[in-house]
Design a protein around this ligand. Structure first.
Ligand code: SF4
Ligand code: SF4
Length: 447
């Protein structure tokens, strides 16, 4: 018997007490010194009579495996399950336009603004493609993520497509839901309420720190800051019962500024009304400045991230789960690896990852095409096979391959976030364990 390679030990979380954490099952168990020592002995010897019960429990819970082949098989089954995403659900990121009403300093489009908008024939072909795919795969739920450019510069498109998709899913006995990533400048309650008529939905709005920091980065084309407008819109929307999540992109030295933003949200009395707050490091897309990442962090700014997450949790502002999300979907490999997940750009090219939208050579098909899709260029070379026995493979699978491509132009390299995983998993798992078994006690961070 051997410890599964997907189990990470956290030693001495209390004197003489250690945690074994299974990344594959998101499960933990506490063991004492004797059990920890026995683990290495059991690789070559049978368990002693008084150890058998403990060994059997660890086997039953997947912490111990017979051999490497058993781990390989469990990983294969886990990734197969993860590739279903949220079972029975089709996810589509729709880009009605690449146009944006702002000129944020870190945005790659600032110097070369894009104006592409989805044409009416492409819009029709897109809706047809989505519904055909839903039917072919017998999916019951459709979740559309409106993304850009800035989707609120095309409110007409959002309302029209939501109405059609909502009615079409209802006619099939299914459900339609949506989310919208927006800078929040043009958002108003009237539009939000109109969207909600077509299905449950949520707005994801970006605030990059406090007013001072945000207004250095997120500016109108004439250079004015946007913080006060967006903040006022957020307050008005959440008070009207609209579902809003706050996101933000930080540089490693901006911890204090993001902390001040959290404080201001609390002072405005809206912290408890939000669907949650999530910050991530600014994505470096220097080489191919084309796409935008919706879900990844491309720098290892682990320490700031861990600290911000702690502050968010302490204030009770962590993300609430919403429709289409399960714990598995938040912990597992990103949507690039999900079978029923696509991004469609304004020209109707279909991708598996939003970061490469706008680069037709990275597309898997086109909405007007009737034949099937090709394998996504980002996964074709299976770069994660270089990762060997990494414990984080079940949740990572090579990391943000879209972000790595944007940065390096290569599809044969992983984007390793191991440092972030090591720090944030340890932090979270130890906290969960102590909260469950020793409420109120402090974490001993000694490794
Ligand atoms: S590869 Fe990166 S940008 Fe693409 S879906 Fe995954 S996390 Fe998002
Ligand atoms: S990219 Fe890094 S963290 Fe991810 S599986 Fe590979 S080695 Fe592990």
């Amino acid at each position: 018997m051997q410890l599964s390679r997907f189990v990470v030990p956290y030693r001495n979380v209390r004197p003489g007490e250690h945690i074994l954490y299974s990344v594959l099952d998101d499960r933990y168990v506490g063991v004492d010194d004797a059990a920890l020592r026995a683990l290495s002995r059991w690789q070559t010897e049978s368990a002693a009579a008084d150890e058998r019960e403990a060994q059997e429990a660890l086997v039953a819970e997947g912490f111990l495996v017979a051999d490497r082949a058993e781990d390989d098989e469990r990983l294969r089954a886990h990734l197969e399950k993860a590739s279903q995403g949220v079972p029975g659900t089709m996810f589509v990121t729709l880009m009605p336009t690449l146009q944006c009403n702002l000129a944020c300093n870190y945005c790659f489009q600032k110097e070369h603004p894009a104006f592409t908008k989805m044409s009416s024939p492409t819009e029709d072909a897109t809706l047809e493609w989505i519904l055909r795919t839903v039917d072919e795969r017998a999916l019951r739920k459709l979740h559309v993520h409106y993304f850009g450019g800035e989707p609120t510069t095309r409110k007409d498109y959002c309302l029209r497509t939501a109405e059609i998709l909502s009615a079409s899913m209802a006619a099939r006995g299914g459900e339609f839901s949506w989310e919208m990533t927006t800078n929040g400048v043009l958002l108003d309650v009237e539009f939000a309420v109109a969207m909600r008529r077509y299905g449950d939905g949520i707005f994801k709005i970006t605030l990059d720190g406090d007013k001072e920091t945000h207004d250095r980065e997120r500016i109108y084309r004439d250079g004015r800051g946007t913080f006060e407008t967006i903040f006022a819109n957020v307050v008005e929307l959440v008070r009207a019962g609209v579902r809003v999540r706050i996101g933000g992109n930080f540089f490693p030295d901006q911890l204090a500024s993001f902390e001040r933003l959290l404080e201001r949200l609390e002072q405005a009395g809206v912290a408890g009304l939000l669907e949650g707050v999530k910050f991530k490091p600014i994505v470096d897309t220097q080489k191919y400045g084309v796409g935008t990442c919706t879900g990844c962090s491309s720098k290892q700014e682990a320490q700031t991230l861990v600290q911000l997450n702690k502050n968010i949790e302490r204030r009770g502002m962590a993300l609430k789960q919403h429709q289409g999300e399960t714990l598995e979907s938040l912990l597992g490999p990103c949507e690039l690896h999900w079978k029923n997940n696509y991004t469609i750009d304004p020209d109707g090219h279909v991708y598996k990852c939003p970061a490469v939208a706008g680069l037709p050579q990275m597309a898997v098909t086109q909405v007007a095409e009737k034949q099937g899709e090709k394998i996504a260029p980002l996964v074709e070379l299976r770069p994660w096979e270089q990762c060997g026995d990494c414990s984080y493979m079940p949740v990572c699978v090579g990391g943000c391959l879209g972000g790595e491509f944007l940065k390096t132009g290569r599809t044969d390299k992983v984007h390793c976030k191991k440092e972030i995983f090591e720090k944030s998993f340890r932090e979270t798992v130890v906290r969960r364990y102590l909260a469950e078994f020793y409420e109120g006690e402090q974490v001993n961070q000694a490794a």
